[in-house]
Design a protein around this ligand. Structure first.
Ligand code: NDP
Length: 259
């Protein structure tokens, strides 16, 4: 299927590794130019070089913290320099581990800024570029935890639920400007981060640990691959998904325990 993304400009935050890198690669494979962002300069530049070498498309690396207004502006400016964004994937994020009783206000604020304000600020700036180009698509990468919480990460659950609602609300506003907004809620996706956590917790039995997690949570009894999720995301952001507006899609191997 031709996804109609050749020559488009896609912005993906948190793209130096894991899911964001997979999504950026998938856009480049479809012939799109990509703006990739992360805080660590060497890592995001290495990711950009690797994507450029593999697919031959234009790739701009932005080293900035999207949890800040200035960090978001740097991303918006980079997209403008490429002629303006057609697609935006708000992906940068990370898990947490705390209790409500013990977590500080500062920790709540840090996750609010990363999971919610980054999406608010970037979608505001990039919407103007998309409208000027005749429309576009945005995708919020929330989590299954936005609707089915994991007990050890209350701040993650709450801020991802807020991101999910932000995507829905934004969708109603932006469709009037020709921009589709959707949300994806991944379940267990096997990333280097999950592998490192498993190594820390289970040493050389880390693969067995990951299998236990999958057995416990996902009906399909395995983690999803980054590519399985990335392909879904790229389709949703493509003109081939033109009637998908304001929805949340679970990519979770049956982890969600309701309809
Ligand atoms: P990783 O930890 O592997 O990658 C996170 C990426 O985001 C890195 O590129 C990191 O680079 C970047 N990043 C983190 N903080 C910031 C920041 N403040 N500003 C800019 N970039 C930042 O995460 P995953 O690939 O596992 O997850 C990606 C997204 O998917 C997250 O939002 C996560 O919540 C969500 N998700 C993941 C699931 C999974 O099973 N893996 C399941 C459900 C949702 P750097 O540190 O250099 O900034």
């Amino acid at each position: 299927m031709d996804l109609g993304l050749t020559g488009k400009v896609a912005v993906v935050t948190g793209a130096s590794k894991g899911i964001g890198l997979g999504i950026a690669r998938a856009f480049a494979r479809e012939g799109a130019s990509v703006v990739v962002t992360a805080r660590t300069k060497e890592a995001i530049e290495a990711a950009a070089s690797a994507i450029r070498a593999e697919f031959g498309t234009e790739v701009r690396a932005v080293a900035s913290d999207v949890a800040t207004a200035e960090g978001c502006q740097a991303v918006i400016d980079a997209a403008a320099a490429l002629g303006g964004a057609n697609v935006f994937v708000s992906n940068a994020g990370t898990g947490s581990n705390e209790t409500v009783a013990e977590a500080t206000d500062a920790k709540w604020q840090q996750y609010w800024d990363l999971h919610v304000m980054a999406a608010v600020r970037l979608s505001r700036g990039l919407a103007d570029q998309m409208e000027a180009k005749g429309g576009g698509a945005m995708l919020m990468n929330a989590s299954i935890c936005a609707v089915q919480p994991l007990w050890y990460e209350p701040i993650y659950n709450v801020t991802k639920a807020a991101l999910l609602m932000f995507g829905k609300t934004l969708s109603t506003e932006l469709i009037k400007r020709g921009i589709r907004v959707n949300t994806v809620n991944p379940g267990l996706i096997r990333t280097p981060d999950w592998e490192n956590t498993a190594r820390e917790l289970a040493g050389d039995k880390w693969e067995a640990y990951l299998q236990e997690v999958a057995d416990q949570h996902a009906d399909i009894k395995r983690f999803g691959t980054v590519d399985e999720l990335a392909d879904f995301c790229v389709f949703l952001c493509s003109p081939r998904a033109s009637y998908s507006v304001g929805s949340a899609y679970h990519v979770d191997g049956g982890m969600l325990k309701t309809t």
